[in-house]
Design a binder for this molecule. Structure first.
Ligand code: ADP
Length: 158
């Protein structure tokens, strides 16, 4: 079975992330979506909430597995026997960062390949950080995130 690993903070998952997962499923049998447990001082959503929102975005799909990881992604990938890391590229800033990260992961785990998907043009402006900012200032984010995430943002900010 061909499995790709898609890692991120997913605080919270948005439509850009969802699109990368769905496109990954066209190429791989399964996408293992793994959320970093520790993502700095103040995530809006706990790790359990972030995982739950990913699961609720892909209900009943046995081709999307959700997990969490601590420490080095390269070690987690090796431990899970995964040889492909899926990454998304929105712009040249992502490109610079992702290229460096990809080379570092190749250094740490030479058996693991990084595969980049260019962001869909309708999603290049999406980042979890900006979506949280817009939502917290009363902006509409319903078309930017999956329905369970929009609901969770409303509840969190009420
Ligand atoms: P962010 O917090 O910026 O939304 P993450 O750290 O969760 O992003 O990102 C995980 C992966 O998803 C990275 O490879 C990132 O480049 C990619 N990604 C983030 N946003 C998008 C998007 N709008 N379209 C495609 N890929 C994206």
């Amino acid at each position: 079975m061909k499995i790709a690993l898609y890692a991120g903070s997913f605080d919270p998952l948005h439509n850009g992330h969802k699109d990368v997962i769905e496109r990954g499923l066209r190429v791989f049998d399964k996408v293992l979506v793994t959320a970093a447990r520790n993502i700095g001082k103040s995530p809006m959503f706990t790790i359990e909430e972030r995982l739950d929102l990913i699961r609720r975005t892909f209900p009943g799909s046995d081709r999307v597995e959700v997990d969490t990881f601590d420490g080095l992604l390269a070690d987690y990938a090796k431990a899970r026997g995964v040889t492909v890391l899926l990454r998304g590229l929105r712009n040249t800033t992502d490109f610079e960062y992702e290229l460096q990260l990809g080379r570092m992961n190749a250094h740490l785990a030479p058996s693991v390949e990084t595969l980049f998907l260019s962001a869909d043009p309708t999603h290049v402006h999406l980042s979890s950080k900006l979506i949280k900012e817009v939502a917290s200032l009363g902006g509409a984010v319903d078309t930017l995130v999956p329905a369970p995430v929009a609901e969770a943002l409303r509840a969190k900010l009420a």
